[in-house]
Design a protein around this ligand. Structure first.
Ligand code: 15L
Length: 266
């Protein structure tokens, strides 16, 4: 097996908000990238990268793109709560196509999971990654399925799979909840590089959040990946304490109880 760091990375969802950040930061760090998305890539394609416009439904295209790659960063699919039938194709069939592509290529998958897999746990519990799934919608449910798909492909086919339960990955936190869930773009990028570089990982689950003092989340597998976040939402606390962007009626009803309040209102 050639050194993973010498092999290209396939990045799905490259035209999305996080995909664009990763395309730029990983290319700047010297990685060779294959980018793909159903939507055109809106930025100049970085040096040492190639972009292919494709639907995750095209299994043969995904397999071709993954050929020769060491790692697949799977950020493609539906990334917000939508009706069940809109989530189903990209996040379940598309997900299957990615794991099959990884199996054929002998690549490691890094799956962009979400805090919405556990969104209906109360905020008062400190959650470790082995907590039960409590998805807060069809989107979160599809991400929980994705983590189980990763587990299946490791146990059955030896495909390594890292599941990153991303909190709120934005340029800056926007409300009080994000003082707990914020993940900076730089912490995300460093995490992805560690996921691509780490020695044997089998399956691993990581909370995708910066070093936020108010975090809802506890133990995970970050040590095995050699990652620790360097940024934090804490500096935003004076401006955001008490700030709410969810539906005030639902927040009152639930007492601001759940990890993922922005989706519980729908
Ligand atoms: C996510 O998983 C979503 O992709 C994003 O749109 C936000 O809702 C984020 O979680 C969050 O919980 O803040």
């Amino acid at each position: 097996m050639p050194d993973r760091a010498m092999l290209p990375i396939l990045l799905t969802g490259a035209s999305g908000a996080l995909g664009r950040v990763l395309a730029r930061n990983l290319a700047d760090a010297g990685w060779m990238l294959r980018l793909t998305d159903i939507a055109p890539f809106p930025d100049p394609v970085p040096e040492r990268a190639a972009f292919t416009q494709a639907d995750l439904a095209e299994g043969a295209t995904m397999a071709r793109l993954a050929e020769g790659c060491g790692t697949i960063l799977h950020f493609g699919g539906v990334s917000v709560e939508r009706p069940f039938h809109e989530v189903l194709g990209p996040n379940i069939t598309g997900l299957f196509n990615i794991y099959e592509a990884a199996r054929l290529a002998g690549a490691r998958v890094v799956f962009a999971s979400s805090n919405h897999t556990i969104g209906f746990h109360p905020r008062s519990e400190r959650l470790d990654v082995d907590c039960a799934f409590r998805p807060d919608g069809y989107y979160g449910l599809s991400k929980a399925y994705g983590e189980l798909m990763g587990s299946l492909y490791w146990d059955k086919h030896g495909v390594e799979s890292v599941h990153v339960r991303i909190g709120s990955c934005l340029p800056a936190p926007k409300d009080a909840r994000m003082l707990s869930t914020y993940l900076s773009y730089d912490d995300l990028s460093r995490l992805m590089m560690r996921c691509a570089l780490a020695g044997e990982v089998g399956t691993a689950v990581v909370w995708g959040a910066s070093a936020n003092a108010r975090s809802f989340w506890g133990a995970d597998d970050r040590i095995r990946l050699g990652w620790s976040p360097q940024d934090s939402a804490d500096g935003f606390a004076p401006a955001l304490e008490g700030a709410v962007t969810g539906d005030p009626v639902v927040e009152q009803h639930q007492g601001g109880a759940f990890c993922a309040i922005d989706y519980t209102r729908r």
